[in-house]
Ligand binder design. Structure first.
Ligand code: HEM
Length: 447
């Protein structure tokens, strides 16, 4: 992988051309150069981009010890989010993962179904009681998913106004972060112009709100069934101690950030797909009706909704919220004859894996039956990775599946929906895969 000045210059041209459309750029490169190609990110960072499942597996699982989350990205993320599960490395990460993982075990999540269901019922307020309406489903799902994860963390301990502030500041901080990563040559300007300091202040204000909740909860005698309580009560095996306030803050920040935009994107795209597939909606309704009748779903019901699960899985295949992930090699490495020098950023292109005709017939078609139990067993390893893979697999995967099932079970039974005509729905791949200008749906109440 020998790269020179011309490649660096090319990489700036490429960054400018594809700043808002990296998926097209990368798919074109795969066509030109094959499953794996090399280049630079923003002229500075050597990188290798791949959609080869064996290389992806090697990096995420088989030789994961040789790969860390790319410092150029994660150092910045850490600055805003702190050092928690998503951003930490090595023995600290392992210690935190061991501590927190049991709280996200499927069975432990049962206690959250009630909170989630309440949030879903409340989310209908955004429809202002209308029988028929046109609505952009994306901001609605963003708010719903944000409330879902923050109420699962803090139940009623946080006021609506503060939730608004947190939600807005996270959006601002994230778009700033994306700019810093995609166009690293702007970083000196961000410092000089005071933009960096301004964003750090915003991040501090959001932290103060969370620290306040944490200290109130420590002082409280009440019993709570939420994730904060789980985090507060968890104890390190070696010392029997719990986490400090700073650790609780970092992990809460991470859970909120990692846990809302991803689900909101998945849900928005699933509604978009369903709005164009009435037969699949009918199948969903039949399943929901058979299992639930008029009841609201409980925890046990969620296992009885295989078709609903397949729809979600197929939605995340076509529009993976985490469309890309990356690591950096700690030492030289080699896999299938591909040399990966130390310090290379390895970009794992999940979107391309999910759309590769080598693994999926007619990859652009929406076909939930791809994930029927027998078909699912036959999927080659590391070709479907909505939640990542290896030891750093998403810790919230069961949480996310549960919340998405509950949201679909509610809205599919209560509303008919179709796409508003004459809109161009496009992807905007930032940290997660968003719809660029939202998704306008016509909703009509049926129950
Ligand atoms: C549809 C929804 C979701 C998707 C598609 C998703 C996707 C992912 C992916 C791909 C990773 C691994 C990233 C990597 O290896 O580089 C990840 C990690 C993570 N996710 Fe999720 N996620 C979702 C929902 C959630 C939820 C609801 C939570 C929390 C409530 C959550 C918390 C986390 C955390 C803490 C990590 C870091 C785990 C670690 O490194 O140990 N995610 N997620």
């Amino acid at each position: 992988m020998k790269l020179d000045l011309i490649d660096r210059i090319k990489s700036i041209r490429y960054a400018l051309k594809y700043a808002n459309d990296p998926i097209t750029g990368m798919m074109e490169n795969f066509e030109k150069y094959g499953e794996t190609y090399s280049g630079y990110l923003g002229a500075i960072q050597p990188m290798m981009v791949t959609k080869n499942p064996e290389i992806v597996r090697h990096v995420l699982q088989k030789n994961h010890r040789n790969y860390i989350k790319t410092p150029m990205i994660f150092d910045k993320l850490r600055r805003f989010l702190g050092n928690g599960l998503l951003t930490s490395e090595g023995s600290y990460w392992l210690q935190q993962r061991r501590l927190i993982q049991p709280g996200f075990h499927r069975q432990r999540l049962e206690a959250l179904v009630e909170i989630m269901d309440r949030v879903i019922i409340d989310s209908e307020k955004q429809l202002a009681g209308k029988e028929e309406m046109e609505i952009d489903i994306y901001p609605m799902m963003m708010r719903l998913a944000f409330d879902m994860v923050s109420r699962s963390l803090f139940s009623t301990a946080i006021e609506e106004k503060k939730l608004d502030f947190l939600s807005n500041s996270l959006t601002t901080l994230q778009s700033f972060l994306v700019q810093q990563i995609r166009q690293p040559y702007l970083n000196p300007w961000f410092r000089i112009s005071g933009q960096l300091q301004e964003k750090l202040k915003l991040s501090q204000a959001a932290d103060d709100i969370l620290l306040d909740i944490i200290s109130q909860r420590r002082a409280s005698q009440e019993e709570h069934h939420d994730l904060l309580q789980m985090l507060l009560e968890s104890r390190y095996e070696e010392t029997g101690e719990g986490m400090t306030d700073q650790q609780l803050l970092d992990e809460s920040n991470i859970i909120i950030t990692a846990g809302h935009e991803t689900s909101a994107n998945a849900l928005s795209w699933i509604f978009y797909l369903l709005a164009q597939h009435p037969l699949e909606v009918e199948k969903l309704r039949t399943e929901l009706e058979t299992v639930l009748g008029d009841r609201r779903p409980n925890f046990a019901d969620l296992r009885q909704l295989p078709y609903t699960t397949q729809v979600i899985e197929e939605g995340m295949r076509l529009y993976p919220p985490a469309w890309i992930t990356d690591r950096q090699s700690v030492a030289d490495d080699e896999i299938n004859g591909v040399h990966i020098p130390k310090g290379t950023m390895v970009v794992l292109m999940i979107y391309a894996l999910h759309h590769d005709p080598q693994h999926w017939s007619d990859p652009a078609a929406f076909r939930p039956e791809r994930f029927a139990p027998e078909a699912k067993k036959k999927l080659p390893p590391y070709t479907y990775l909505p939640f990542g893979g290896g030891p750093r697999l998403c810790i919230g995967n069961n949480f996310a599946m549960m919340e998405m099932q509950l949201v679909l079970a509610h809205y599919i039974r209560k509303y008919d929906f179709s796409l508003v005509q004459d809109q161009a729905v496009e992807m905007l791949p930032l940290v997660t895969l968003r719809p660029k200008k939202g998704i306008q749906l016509s909703l009509r109440k049926i129950a």
